[in-house]
Design a protein around this ligand. Structure first.
Ligand code: NAD
Length: 473
């Protein structure tokens, strides 16, 4: 008898598209916590990575890349009404899979809205269309006519994904600590009103990964603790951020969109070449990459307060990512090569030394208590004891995939949903046992702390939380 709690019984078939670092880490969690059997699961993936893991669990593995041309022929025999597609691939269009799943009556979840190959970097596509903003607009447009269709969960990994639930918990904690009556917010409007009342100007997804391998990065090699392809793709997209109503200095290289909701902006440079200042409890303050991510756009949009067409309130939201040290060196080399990808890639897993952690959380700032970080400080050592085939980074993602899949199984007719629209308590309840220490900590740090120690800088001292002060120039 397993000691693991089975959250839901699922009689349908489950198909994984892609089986890299995330897929391999999700499979054991699904077999533990969902009432299913290995014989009901099939993996379709472009290369042999993870085939040994599939054999270990007795799961069927089909080595075949999904393309626009073969998608139907390949997946139709594997998926019909009541089945579930978990998309943890790169280079397979999320929108194509969502349309397909809707037609088949199957449930769906991904961790990122992926385009077909080239969608992130094809220079013949205007920069505004190579953004997560544009991908999100396209995915949300699929809602029309599919309102009560089979649930399709967009972007539900750690971030994007679980961090949207962290934001809600963090807001409730700040409200309790500052004497604001939060009530029991339910709707988008309720949460936006709470963020407005609390006076949150800035939301960083602030992450510091300190995992390290004794085999250090070699020249010409890209090393990371999760997908190298995924990281390089998103790092090559324009930097994007939800653009807050308190901002007074529009970036000289910033652009607004002439389509969609207009809640975010992009810079005419890649996120991997854009640095920002942020803070986490263990690392203190540091420089991080402002890599574009779905949550920067969805959280800012979700928390917008409007009167008619006029925006009364919106926080600035973006990712501030300090990956593991060898990934920082890899990014440095990549940008120096003008984004020509290194020929060698390595995802750190079994070789990671003891002691490193992935400190991943949300920093909510500008309110009565200055700034508050809430998130997970999962170590590699604890991750290893909690679940095989994972490191600290992947486990934060894979448990969020698990919780999103369970939520979709429990709520099978919700149509296309974003993390912000899901039940944050249910998701966090499922995730918590796998996140290591989950802490909330206030800080008096702000982006003006210790500035101008060496040279004068162009700062806005009237409001520390202006993006102008946060961005590293
Ligand atoms: P990975 O690079 O380790 O693996 C990618 C997998 O996709 C491989 O198994 C590869 O064979 C497969 N693949 C590539 N092209 C394919 C095709 N045409 N058809 C079928 N399979 C194909 O990546 P990963 O670290 O497992 O990440 C997977 C996805 O999850 C990426 O999109 C990544 O951006 C996303 N991700 C999201 C989060 C989050 O927190 N939201 C975190 C990590 C990764």
């Amino acid at each position: 008898m397993s000691q693991h709690k089975v959250h839901v019984e699922f009689p349908g078939r489950i198909v994984f598209v892609g089986f890299g670092s995330i897929g391999q880490g999700v499979l054991p969690l699904i077999l533990r916590h969902i009432g299913t059997q290995a014989e009901r699961i099939t993996i379709v993936s472009a290369d042999e990575r993870g085939a040994d893991v599939a054999v270990h669990f007795g799961v069927r593995f089909i080595k075949q890349a999904v393309t626009a041309e073969n998608l139907r022929g390949l997946l139709e025999p594997l998926l019909s009404s009541g089945d579930f597609l978990i998309n943890v691939s790169v280079d397979v269009s999320s929108c194509a899979l969502i349309e397909f799943c809707h037609e088949r009556g199957a449930l769906y979840l991904d961790t990122c809205i992926e385009p077909w190959p080239g969608g992130y970097t094809d220079k013949s596509i205007p920069a505004a269309r190579r953004t997560n903003y544009a991908l999100r607009e396209t995915a949300l447009a699929l809602r029309q006519g599919r309102e009560n269709g089979p649930t399709a969960v967009l972007t539900h990994g750690a971030n994007p994904g679980m961090v949207s639930h962290f934001v809600k918990q963090a807001m409730l904690n700040i409200a309790a600590d500052t004497g604001v009556a939060a009530g029991n917010p339910q709707s988008r409007a309720d949460w936006a009103a709470l963020a407005h009342t609390l006076g949150i100007k800035v939301i960083h997804v602030a992450e510091r990964d300190t995992q390290v391998s004794p085999v250090r990065k070699r020249p010409g090699e890209f090393v990371n603790t999760w997908s190298v392809d995924g990281f390089v793709s998103e790092g090559s997209q324009p930097c994007e951020l939800g653009w807050g109503s308190h901002e007074r200095h529009f970036p000289a290289d910033g652009h607004r969109y002439d389509f969609g909701r207009g809640s975010s902006i992009y810079l005419s440079q890649p996120g991997a070449a854009t640095k920002v200042r942020t803070w986490t409890p263990k690392a203190g303050h540091f420089h991080a990459f402002a890599i574009t991510h779905g949550e920067s756009i969805s959280i800012a949009d979700y928390l917008t307060v409007k009167s008619g067409d006029q925006v009364l309130y919106r926080p600035t939201a973006h990712y501030a990512y300090h990956p593991c040290d060898d990934a920082v060196l890899s990014v440095h080399e990549l940008t120096g090569r003008n984004f020509v990808m290194q020929s060698e890639q390595r995802i750190l897993m079994n070789e990671i030394s003891s002691g490193g952690i992935d400190e991943l959380g949300v920093l909510l700032a500008g309110h009565a208590r200055n700034a508050y970080w809430y998130g997970s400080q999962l170590s590699i050592d604890e991750a290893r004891t909690l679940c095989p085939f994972n490191n600290a980074t992947s486990l934060q993602v894979t448990v969020a995939v698990l919780s999103g899949v369970i939520w979709a199984m429990e709520n099978p007719r919700q149509g296309i949903v974003e993390p912000d629209e899901m039940d944050f308590r249910r998701n966090l309840e499922i995730c918590m046992p796998y996140l290591g220490p989950v802490v909330g900590e206030y800080t008096d740090w702000n982006p003006l702390t210790d500035r101008e120690r060496l040279f004068p800088e162009d700062l806005d001292r009237s409001d520390p939380w202006q993006f102008k002060n946060i961005r590293v120039r």
